[in-house]
Design a protein around this ligand. Structure first.
Ligand code: MG
Ligand code: MG
Length: 249
């Protein structure tokens, strides 16, 4: 069942979203060669606490950190640690917070210093896939209009969308119905209605859609170890169209 949110609930989710965006903005300044992912995690944790919010990932199914930090061929769910960023890396950072009972969830892929033209293009295409799919998040459209927009944008540019992990509804739970795949047939899926709030999150790979999980049982990597990027926004479907709740202010 898809839970529709009231204007009051969306107002709380807007605040959660602002905290997520502010955290990602602060992290962006810390993305430099030599920084450890544990340092990024600490910066995020402090920022989230400053806003009287709670890092949603910490302890979620046993996850040991406040953010997911996934480098290069890592797709999602990378665990922050002693690894240092190197010039030319790309890093996907996923931030989730809970504020007054409501969740916000957003991810961005950052370049560490100068990156290869391929890495730069992957980042641009993945970001583009997210934004063109969000345009479809309006009443009267169908859920897989969003999914297809992601798939079409990425695949027509020669990249691959991850199929094993999907976006999701979000509200007083971090993960709610419906699942939001990054591929699908336009005109199909649930009818989009005002009050639906979705976390739309394209994960785009250079060489294959296939992924596998490392022995830490968290880190998801591309099967061929090609680069992967991840962008995510929490979007509310309003009467007059999409409102991105996790947009940078
Ligand atoms: Mg996320
Ligand atoms: Mg998510």
């Amino acid at each position: 069942m898809i839970v529709l949110k009231s204007h009051q609930e969306i107002a709380l989710m807007r605040k959660a979203g602002i905290i997520v965006a502010e955290t990602l903005d602060r992290l962006q300044k810390e993305i430099v060669p030599g920084a450890t992912t544990a340092h990024l995690d600490l910066v995020a944790r402090k920022c989230i606490k400053e806003f009287d919010a709670r890092p949603a990932f910490l302890g979620y199914q046993g996850f040991p950190a406040s953010i997911c930090a996934s480098i290069n061929e890592e797709v999602v769910h990378g665990i922050p640690g002693i690894r240092r960023l190197r010039e030319g890396d790309i890093i996907s950072i996923d931030v989730g917070v809970q504020y007054k009972g409501y969740f916000g969830d957003s991810a961005r892929t950052f370049a560490v210093g100068e990156v290869s033209p391929l890495a730069r293009r992957l980042i641009e295409v993945t970001r583009g896939a997210l934004y063109c799919s969000l345009e479809k998040a309006r009443p009267g459209n169908r859920l897989y209009d969003i999914s297809f927009a992601i798939q079409d944008h990425a695949e027509s540019r020669g990249f691959f969308v991850v199929r094993n992990y999907v976006g999701h509804g979000i509200g007083s739970n971090m993960h709610e119905e419906p699942q939001v795949p990054n591929f699908g047939t336009p005109g199909r899926g649930s009818l989009l209605e005002p009050g639906m709030v979705l976390a739309v999150e394209p994960m785009v790979n250079v060489g294959t859609w296939e992924v596998e999980t490392l022995s830490d049982e968290w880190t998801v990597v591309t099967k061929d170890r090609s680069l992967s990027a991840h962008f995510e926004h929490t979007v509310a479907i309003m009467e007059d169209g999409p409102e991105i709740l996790t947009a940078s202010q």
